[in-house]
Ligand binder design. Structure first.
Ligand code: GDP
Ligand code: MN
Length: 379
């Protein structure tokens, strides 16, 4: 689950990180009052569930209350990567001498958390990883032992040579690891962690993703969910129990089981196509789920063909077929749909589909081939 920067800051603060004082407001007048209270220069920052707000114009520095109100008005009117900004964070601006990146993710290859630091902070870390990977320093962590003081100190010394400041950075790294571990995060990131011109260390951005499967033991984090920050599609998917991740390609996918969904996406890529989404309708196959899945996928203007790939175990192929027919009857789709159903009740499913305008396929390869070929062609 995504949470806002200000919520992540709250968690980091509990773990002792040097998070500057801030206020979250939802109108320009309140931003003015906050700026008056802080005095001097302030930073005004969009609170939306995306990165790269700075580049998109969602972070502005203001010299005083009037400018802060103007900045808040401008930012509150923005939509960043499809998400409307409803709140802004206001804080005293700092004079930055150095910007560092500190982040923790779960590394699939080594099956443990990996802590990363870089002196190329403040910018897109993916870009640093691509272009100057030697500027990212890493330490794998044994999850049972946690991050050692030695590891934290080693990481800090890679980016900062002054011992007192490096010690403070090491403390931040330890605090971030504690926050990551105790909130069952899949990612915890401070970008940038800054050293100010007067030598103070401050965490002026925060991002935490919490593992959905661990939310049951963090009710205070679960309560941070902001439904207004979810796209309509993500909300529909969550409410009916679909696992859905939007991507940028043109082949919409409806699949059951995460493994089969990943395989389907790989095959689409192998055939030269690009998946428009990951979507797992799960084990039970209520026709309503299929109706919602189609509704979500067809609302994406990039989608040019749809691939339904179902392996019927607990999922019954006839239920899926009924869902597809229900969906098309209630709102006709002018995008070609390729269906491959195999397993429980597949015969019945076939006879349901035969009466409608679906392209069918016997094997997964054939289905993927057809779906990719149909991109760019209207039925
Ligand atoms: P992001 O673009 O969504 O990651 O938003 P950030 O909170 O990281 O802000 C983007 C950039 O704005 C930072 O990397 C800083 O360079 C700059 N910035 C943010 N707050 C301040 C501040 O208080 N003072 C100064 N000088 N720059 C700031
Ligand atoms: Mn940032």
């Amino acid at each position: 689950m995504k949470i806002h920067e200000y919520q992540a800051r709250g968690i980091l603060r509990k773990h002792g990180l040097p998070v500057p004082d801030f206020e979250v407001v939802s109108d320009p007048e309140a931003a003015r009052v906050a700026a008056e209270r802080f005095g001097g220069r302030v930073a005004v920052k969009a609170q939306v569930h995306v990165g790269g707000r700075g580049k998109a114009g969602g972070v502005k520095l203001a010299s005083g209350p009037d400018e802060a109100a103007d900045a808040a008005r401008a930012i509150l009117g923005m939509t960043i990567k499809g998400l409307p900004v409803r709140q802004v964070l206001v804080e005293s601006a700092v004079d930055i001498a150095d910007e560092f990146y500190v982040g923790i993710v779960v590394d699939r290859a080594t099956k443990r958390p990996v802590v990363m630091v870089s002196d190329a902070g403040g910018v897109d870390i993916e870009e640093v990883a691509r272009e100057t990977p030697e500027r990212i320093h890493k330490e794998g962590v044994d999850p049972l032992k946690g991050l050692s003081d030695g590891q934290a100190a080693a990481l800090a010394s890679r980016v900062e040579s002054r011992p007192e400041i490096a010690a403070r950075i090491a403390e931040c790294i330890r605090g971030l690891y504690e926050a990551f571990s105790e909130s069952d995060a899949s990612l915890a990131e401070i970008n940038p962690l800054v050293v100010t011109t007067s030598g103070d260390v401050r965490a002026i951005d925060a991002k935490i993703l919490v593992d959905d499967n661990a939310l049951f033991r963090h009710p205070e984090i679960a309560a941070m969910r902001d439904p207004s920050s979810e796209t309509e599609q993500a909300k529909l998917a969550r409410e009916i129990g679909l696992s859905y991740v939007k991507l940028d390609g043109s082949v919409g996918c409806i699949v059951n089981g995460a493994g089969l969904a990943m395989t389907t996406m790989d095959l689409i890529k192998m055939r030269g196509g690009e998946p428009a989404n990951f979507l797992d309708i799960g084990g039970s196959s209520a026709p309503e789920k299929v109706v919602t899945a189609l509704q979500i996928i067809t609302s994406d203007p990039n989608v040019r063909s749809i691939l339904v790939n179902i392996f019927g175990g607990i999922t019954r192929c006839d239920d899926v077929a009924r869902g597809l027919v229900m969906a098309l009857e209630s709102s006709p789709v002018d995008i070609p749909v390729v269906v491959r159903l195999t397993g429980t009740n597949e015969e019945e499913a076939r006879s349901i589909l035969a009466e409608h305008a679906f392209t069918t396929a016997e094997s997964m390869d054939e289905a993927v081939g057809k779906a990719v070929a149909l991109v760019g062609r209207r039925p």
